[in-house]
Design a protein around this ligand. Sequence first.
Ligand code: CDP
Ligand code: MG
Length: 139
Amino acid sequence: MSELTFSIVKPDAVERNLVGAVLAMIEAAGLTIKATKMIRMTKEQAEGFYAVHKARPFYNDLVAYMISGPVVVSVLEGDNAIARYRDLMGATNPAQAAEGTIRKKYGKNIEANACHGSDGPDTAKTEVSFFFSQLELVN
Ligand code: CDP
Ligand code: MG
């Protein structure tokens, strides 16, 4: 069944001119870019987006990193898109990510790991609507 997922090309990848390379891997994997835009997150947006990790030791650093430069947020569409994009990203720590994954290829470390992808249907829905209006998804 076709579903939507939410993707971020994180600041470390944008800074290294890897936006096109990451989006090309997404498209080559058969996922369709339904909407995309470059933004610079505010501290409040980043805190809200990662609120689930508020109690984690890495939370403050993560928020600082996510607002350190622009990011490219996208909505991806495809059959089983959520799981397929998680597979394409690879493990959170690039050092443990499988060959052929975005994080293996482009991630720098466990924090600056090139990309974000929703981890389930509920988060996908919340994350898409956090950054995109209904109008931007009509195509
Ligand atoms: O992004 P993913 O769902 O794979 O991992 P997460 O556990 O939801 O963590 C969210 C993000 O926090 C990661 O993608 C990393 O950027 C960062 N993180 C970190 O800096 N240090 C950790 N030990 C774990 C995650
Ligand atoms: Mg996660």
